[in-house]
Ligand binder design. Structure first.
Ligand SMILES: *Cc1c(COP(=O)(O)O)cnc(C)c1O
Length: 385
């Protein structure tokens, strides 16, 4: 087996697909120290610049003093602390749904929710570009798994129409993590009503960024329905770690009993929940941060004038630059790196073959000068590569 593993790694390397980790020696921020060198970074999902926020650091320190550093046991044993409970109620109110449940990560939430709510007689309808953990959740649930082309509402409708499954669930990223575009969620909800289906929205990249006061994609579209279940991660715009699922009270009550990644897993430390409560307050008060972020997005889109590579259509903080070829994407990323700028090259299997890209992610922590620096480095790269 070890020889086979090595051969596969060697092949990945020859294909320009070997992934390497950078070693970080600084907090996550717009300026970081990686592999002992300083860089301007466009790599993180810390869209509001909260991951290194002084108020959150001091909250975490105080909360650790008051609640310790560990949860001790599963939430159903003794691990459900008042800080967890307060955060769940706060998150439910913030996104405007009746109840919420915390998970340690978004990955665990998607697997736990789909696994608990659906079984062999049911069916999931999933966008082809959904995040890997939504697919894993789908497979794990044993439900029939249908995939429709990206944002293809017409095909989705045909699939729903033809389905004889007991329960039907449409599952989609709200903001696609490698594309930055927003799913046609109102159309999905209309289909749910027409075909008696439910809607599971993964708002990892919309929460904190889109909607009124950062309430997320459902608020962006002003949608409300008992057919909606949403998930958002807390390690992206919220700047900390973890995830929550929100929906009708009966859904949350059911998940507490049946979501295995909740039941059989130790919750994140209560101090993280206390920190996240503060983070949600910063998100809610963060209209100025979001305004600045959207100014940066507009600047990049208005000023990047390349002929070989194009920004993909996106109105969010994720601004991918389509390159196509794996090695070319890597070369461009390396060129920027030698000029002190980090932008990750995203290659298959994370994105479809032939669509390797640079994933530029912008944050409210960036200054306009940072984005100007990126823009001019990309113009230079096009003239020399
Ligand atoms: C990051 C991400 C997840 C996983 O969340 P983690 O908390 O990082 O495990 C799930 N869905 C989408 C769309 C994501 O981008």
């Amino acid at each position: 087996m070890l020889t086979a593993l090595q051969q596969e790694l060697d092949q990945r390397s020859r294909d320009g697909l070997l992934r390497q980790r950078r070693l970080l020696d600084s907090p996550q921020a717009e300026h970081i120290v990686a592999n002992q060198k300083p860089y301007l970074s466009f790599c993180s999902n810390d869209y509001l610049g909260l991951a290194n926020h002084p108020k959150l650091i001091s909250t975490m320190q105080q909360a650790a003093g008051a609640s310790g550093v560990g949860s001790g046991a599963s939430g159903l044993v003794t691990g459900h602390h008042r800080y967890h409970d307060d955060l769940e109620k706060q998150l439910a109110a913030f996104v405007g749904l009746p109840a919420a449940l915390l998970f340690s990560t978004g990955y665990m939430a998607n697997i736990g929710v789909l696994g608990a709510l659906l079984g062999r007689e049911d069916a999931i309808f999933a966008d082809k570009l959904n995040h890997a953990c939504l697919n894993d959740g789908g497979y794990y649930s044993l439900a029939e798994f249908h995939r429709y082309a990206h944002n293809d509402v017409a095909t989705l409708e045909k699939l729903l129409q033809a389905s004889t499954a007991k329960h039907k669930l449409i599952a989609a990223d709200a903001v696609f993590s490698m594309d930055g575009d927003i799913a046609p969620i109102p159309d999905y909800l209309a289909l749910c009503e027409r075909y008696d289906a439910y809607l599971y929205i993964d708002d990892a990249h919309g929460f904190g960024v889109l909607g009124e006061h950062g309430r997320g994609s459902l608020s962006h579209f002003k949608l409300k329905s008992p057919r909606i279940i949403m998930m958002a991660t807390l390690g992206k715009a919220a700047g900390v770690a973890g995830a929550f699922v929100a929906g009708e009270q009966v859904v949350i009550d059911y998940l507490i009993q049946k979501a295995k990644s909740y039941v059989y897993s130790t919750p994140a430390p209560p101090a993280l929940s206390a920190t996240l409560s503060e983070s949600v307050r910063l998100i809610e008060q963060g209209d100025d941060l979001r305004q600045h972020l959207f100014q940066l997005i507009a600047y990049l889109r208005d000023n990047l004038k390349l002929s070989r590579w194009r920004l993909m259509p996106s109105d969010t903080a994720i601004q991918p630059l389509m390159v196509g070829d794996n090695k070319q994407a890597l070369l461009l990323s390396e060129y920027l790196q030698t000029h002190g700028i980090l932008v990750p090259a995203i290659r298959p299997p994370t994105v479809p073959v032939g669509t390797a890209r640079l994933r530029i992610s912008l944050s409210a922590a960036h200054r306009l000068d940072d984005v100007k620096q990126l823009t001019s480095a990309l113009h230079q790269a096009e003239s020399v590569l």
